[in-house]
Write a protein that binds this ligand. Sequence first.
Ligand code: NAD
Ligand code: DAU
Length: 349
Amino acid sequence: MTDLLVTGVAGFIGSNFVYHYLRRYPDDTIIGIDALTYAGNLENLASLPEKEKTRFRFVKADITDRQAIENIFRKHPVEGIIHFAAESHVDRSIHDPGSFLRTNVLGTGNLLDQARKYLKGGQFLQVSTDEVYGTLGATGSFSESTPLDPHSPYSASKASADLLVKAYFDTYGLPVFITRCSNNYGPYQFPEKLIPLIIRNALNHQPLPVYGDGRQVRDWLYVDDHCNAIDLVYRKGTPGGIYNIGGNNEWENIEIVKLIISLLQEETGDLGINESLIRHVQDRPGHDRRYAIDSTKIRSELGWKPEISFPDGIRSTIKWYLTHRDWVEHVISGEYQLFYQENYGARLG
Ligand code: NAD
Ligand code: DAU
């Protein structure tokens, strides 16, 4: 029996992928690895049904640790890799680029080396991001042939990793895929990212920080739709291929914030959750103005399309956060509080 190796399983998208995969493939098994950084919480996987838990093994490991990763390949027959593990928050990359280079570039390089040695025909899927393409003006969208033009240390580290992945395909024939998705939202997203941060602050009647004029545009996709797309590319994609994933669902940040306020007010009846909480704060340096994804390739080649409409997805996400307030407080109880106070506290209120 072989395992699918999934990295970053204790994070937002990685944990959602584990639920998705074990539910969909009742005979398959996963070996999940994660370094359990501030963003990784095993609690995210606690709701796996008992039957599915038996098909999931967790190993705490840092992807930059050569020996630890090699040990995993030696002990467990691995059939392929889905690689989510990363430092993922743009604001943190501005304060501490080094950890992004370490994990996102060197860690990916280490995994590729071990994959080349041990996979024996198995496939490697690199979960990348639309941010590698940089920023758009008022019109147009990113296609797979848009040149790489990253602006933050985060996106530059992801672009570097993507180039390494491509090099292992071109040089060694390792069967790889690269997926580049737009902004995800849904359960288990760490509350430093826009949507869960706004939900938490609003529920606590705390200021809602909007960077600059708030007119930056993001293309939002429900996390399950991203997981479906990754699954499809891994099973049916063309090795060496890049696949853009997006929901055709562009929103200005300020409009997302206002939408969350109105939905929260409706759900809770709390009139203290209102637009007077919004604070326009100093803009993010190098802030990309607009992202929009052209996902024609994955739609026409593999038949993918989003299944969850934005009105349904955002409402169910808000309900999830309302019923998981303990989870939110638990996951931010440590190092994140300090980071937030030091870097953003002074700008608020
Ligand atoms: P996340 O920050 O929620 O989770 C990342 C996980 O990786 C955490 O569990 C963390 O502990 C783990 N990790 C970090 N460094 C590690 C290391 N050195 N070794 C092992 N594990 C390590 O991130 P996410 O939002 O779930 O993103 C997952 C992937 O998807 C990332 O590669 C990201 O670039 C990509 N992506 C995210 C989005 C989005 O909107 N969130 C969109 C497109 C692509
Ligand atoms: O596009 C895909 C990317 O989406 C992923 O690769 C990243 O891992 C993921 O973090 C996300 O990056 P963004 O920078 O777009 O997401 P974030 O939630 O940090 O911010 C969304 C937008 O909201 C962005 O324009 C910055 C703005 N923002 C964010 C925060 C946290 C605010 O105005 N206020 C905030 O407090």
